[in-house]
Write a protein that binds this ligand. Sequence first.
Ligand code: SF4
Ligand code: SF4
Length: 172
Amino acid sequence: MKKTIDKRAFYEKLYSMLDDITPLSVDCGGLCDGACCAVTDDITGMYLFPGEEAMYNPLPSWAQIHDTDFTYDGGKEVNLITCDGTCDRKQRPLSCRIFPLVPYVKRGEKMKIVMDVRGKGMCPLATAMKITDLSPDFVEAVSKAMKMCMLVRETREFLYALSDSLDDYKMI
Ligand code: SF4
Ligand code: SF4
């Protein structure tokens, strides 16, 4: 029998693992004037993990959810969340919580946590630092949260597709 999970409980747990933790022991927003939260256009946002939409019902006033062409697991659509730069920190999406790190995993291989190539040029941490320069507590929390995602088929398949998409960035 196929096991279903309570999406809201799943993401509440993941959010709690990354609630009070930041990439550096100081506020890194001072390095870049909060570049990752700056609103540059209507379509730049962060991917929602599968079922994470459950955390945005009702949709907060600062957020919008959009369809994308990005798919995982043979055609399941991934949604994108955009914001007006003023989210309630307790509600920020998982992709924001782990940035500038991202999981990278290929089928049959061990997951790695890497600097997010999509942040290069925008985020000073992703551009000029190594993972070892970040807060070890942050790196560990991201790693634990992503290992939890690897235990669930939907999120595992999403992470495979996300990792494949990161390869495209490396080729640019
Ligand atoms: S862009 Fe990078 S350095 Fe700036 S606030 Fe975001 S994570 Fe921190
Ligand atoms: S949702 Fe929040 S943390 Fe994420 S980019 Fe928007 S303001 Fe920043």
